[in-house]
Design a protein. Sequence first.
Lengths: 263, 70
Amino acid sequence: MRNLEQASPLVIAGKTYHSRLLVGTGKYKDHEETARAIALSGAEIVTVAVRRTNIGQSADEPNLLDVLPPEKYTILPNTAGCYNAKEAVRTCKLARELLDGHALVKLEVLGDQKTLYPDITETLIAAETLVNDGFDVMVYTSDDPIIAKRLEEMGCVAVMPLGAPIGSGLGIRNPYNIKMILENAQVPILVDAGVGTASDASIAMELGCDGVLMNTAIAAAKDPVRMAYAMKLAVESGREAWLAGRMPKKLYASASSPVDGLI
Amino acid sequence: MTQTIKISLNGEPFEIGPKRTLADLVQVLELSQERYAIEVNLDIIPRSLHSQHLLEHDDEVEIVQAIGGG
């Protein structure tokens, strides 16, 4: 069974990954909890935010990248908090300098603070600019199959539709749209945002998604370290179920035991 | 020539001088061990140029780093 999994690793921008769970690093109690949760999640790609350095604070305050060394993890800087294409592109350029020329970014251009829904118009503008500038763009978007395809055609290396609003934990609200996106896709499709618990992650993988990106579902659990492990198992079991191919659904029963030879 | 110049650093007023390259600023801020990126007046100044980039009066300097986020 492991051979099946290994026969189809996740490839993003030419790099192969064995874990299909991508995790964020926000909302944890401290760096130690972040590091422990991420280690147990098995994730190889971790997202970070880019923010102003706190001037005047203790210089020996540990840096997140000391806890999550880029030699060990693929660091995926995001553009969270950007509400237009210009801010998002600026943030990506700073991230590239910060990470010594690393080109992989998670583009998210948000529409408003209440829904954190993606602003698609600005996302398309930013994606085009970034792709032309040589970035490998993993793009957060709505679950609109037409937009997902357009982002792929523009050259994004992965398209990441939301399952539900960021941080809502509502699960995959429109599995049929995710299925439509998957049917037409030539690049990895990852559900980004909306996962609340392990079964949500499994559902995403059972639909055929190439991976799941989450932050709050782990960080806001009562025991984030244990939930990180639960998510690792959920993504793996959902993937195996997808590869196995589920039985067809039927309205009526079908006996599991032979009907012949009854006494 | 004045000994110090006034710049904006991450949105706050800041004085630096008489040494005023970006590398000097990084040293004053004790950031040299950190991973950071610097932008001056919206242009990213690559790390390799920090020791020769002279700051000017009213420059708007942004120094960023990676923090936790999803």
